[in-house]
Design a protein around this ligand. Structure first.
Ligand SMILES: Cc1cc2nc3c(=O)[nH]c(=O)nc-3n(C[C@H](O)[C@H](O)[C@H](O)COP(=O)(O)OP(=O)(O)OC[C@H]3O[C@@H](n4cnc5c(N)ncnc54)[C@H](O)[C@@H]3O)c2cc1C
Length: 415
């Protein structure tokens, strides 16, 4: 039987941060690609809306002027730090250290509703002649033959490509096949989130807030301030503990807002303006192969979410960028073998493997409320420790120490 089919060298499945960064880097190299998404933009993505320094760093590497343009959008909120609230409600305010190689008027972190941020990036995609964007096009299957991959499209012509970058997020079926990644409940977090307006009591520099409430440890309740007086509010915890503790995260969220005294006060005039939505976060659970013959996995589909903070956008951007570099190398060498693609895995892990590995060890310490409380109590009284913890947000060597129980003991004992 003869099937009509689109042919391309590089097909990117999914136009979230991972896919868009892959397409934009390829465009920067002058290489054509087809970027396919099942949605029509603007579309929302359930998220905490925290856009970390990694996203800014990769955007800056892609195109400084694009970062500047983004920083001037009215939907962008500048954030200069993080507030950590311990189970005993003591809080620690840690400024982000400016480590970016960009104009100092641009802050170290942003928050923005994903519907706005993702659409801003898609508008940039639409301006690039090298990128063919196909919306409303769900990829439903794949088949590998003759050193190519054929993708089935739900309503439209199939696509045949020499390289496929699977960047279609947390629920990607390509994670399992051909990716070979199987997840257990311990390493999938569930997140619920909604938008409020009128929440009060934010830090004057719009710190993002993680509240480590006792019943959700090592997960947390968050409040991220957004432009226009909005706030992204939610709770995240791994599915293993959700089942074990028989929790309903939506109830946990409302219970915190209504019954935790300092939250009740801050929400007393606030209005919930959207329904509560939920989405999974595939947490990093160790180094795995994230590529194979003719394909790479990127972003959530490659399981690159930080297991402590739940951040995934930055790692999605990084993997998208390295996938573009690999696609360029493979095309130049006409080599699409799994062996060649391994360089992609190496690049990604060289950049963020250590950071992810260190983060993966932290939950076993922060799950103890007494230890968490003691650390926060001590740290609030010590400027040196505050500085050390703030640095840990950006400095790997310092973060490494945070996984060592001795550091916590030293903090508690006041050394
Ligand atoms: C509740 C919650 C809070 C979070 N908070 C934060 C945060 O504050 N900061 C942070 O950095 N990270 C956060 N994350 C993680 C972050 O949202 C993800 O890591 C990030 O969106 C991953 O980007 P991605 O490009 O891999 O996938 P996505 O952003 O999920 O994009 C995937 C794209 O693929 C498309 N798609 C899906 N299936 C198909 C298909 N079959 N065919 C074609 N297209 C398809 C989708 O429409 C979508 O556009 C949070 C996640 C959740 C669930």
């Amino acid at each position: 039987m003869y099937y009509k089919m689109k042919k391309t060298d590089i097909c990117i499945v999914g136009a979230g941060p991972a896919g868009v960064f892959a397409a934009l880097f390829l465009s920067k190299f002058g290489i054509e690609s087809t970027l396919v998404d099942k949605a029509k933009f603007p579309r929302d993505k359930i998220c905490g809306d925290g856009i970390s320094g990694w996203v800014l760093t990769i955007l800056n590497e892609l195109d400084k002027s694009l970062l500047e343009k983004l920083s001037k959008q009215s939907f962008i909120n500048y954030s200069y730090g993080i507030r950590i609230v311990a189970p005993n409600y003591n809080r620690l305010d840690l400024p982000f250290f400016d480590s970016g190689d960009w104009d100092p008027s641009i802050p170290p972190g942003f928050t923005a509703r994903r519907i706005d941020f993702d659409n801003f990036m898609i508008e940039e995609v639409r301006n690039r002649k090298e990128i063919k964007l196909l919306e409303n096009s769900e990829i439903t299957g794949y088949e590998r033959y003759d050193n190519k991959i054929r993708l089935s499209v739900k309503s439209g012509e199939d696509i045949e490509s020499k390289i496929v970058i699977f960047a279609n997020g947390a629920t990607s079926k390509f994670m399992k096949e051909p990716g070979g990644i199987l997840k257990t409940k311990k390493y999938v977090m569930s997140g619920v989130k909604t938008y409020y307006k009128g929440v009060t009591g934010f830090h004057k520099d719009n710190y993002v807030e993680l509240h480590f409430l006792k019943n959700v440890l090592p997960g947390y309740f968050w409040i991220f301030p957004l432009a226009g007086g909005l706030a992204n509010v939610g709770v995240g915890l791994d599915r293993y503990r959700i089942s074990k503790r028989k929790l309903n995260l939506k109830n946990v969220m409302f219970d915190a807002i209504e019954n935790v005294p300092y939250l009740k006060e801050r929400f007393k005039n606030a209005q919930q303006i959207t329904k509560v939505e939920t989405w999974p976060l595939p947490l990093w659970d160790g180094k795995r192969s994230i590529s194979g013959d003719n394909f790479m996995l990127a972003g959530d589909a490659a399981n690159l979410i930080d297991p402590v903070t739940g951040e995934g956008m930055g790692h999605a951007a990084i993997s998208g960028m390295f996938a573009a570099y690999q696609a360029k190398r493979s095309l130049e060498a006409n080599d699409f073998s799994a062996e060649a693609m391994k360089k992609y895995d190496e690049d990604v892990y060289r950049k963020i493997g250590k950071e992810l590995d260190i983060s993966s060890r932290i939950p076993r310490f922060i799950k103890h409320p007494w230890l968490f409380n003691a650390v926060v109590n001590r740290t609030t009284n010590s400027n040196i420790l505050k500085e050390k913890l703030a640095l840990a947000m950006t400095d790997l060597e310092v973060r490494k120490e945070l996984k060592r129980p001795m550091l916590y003991l030293k903090v508690i004992m006041g050394r």
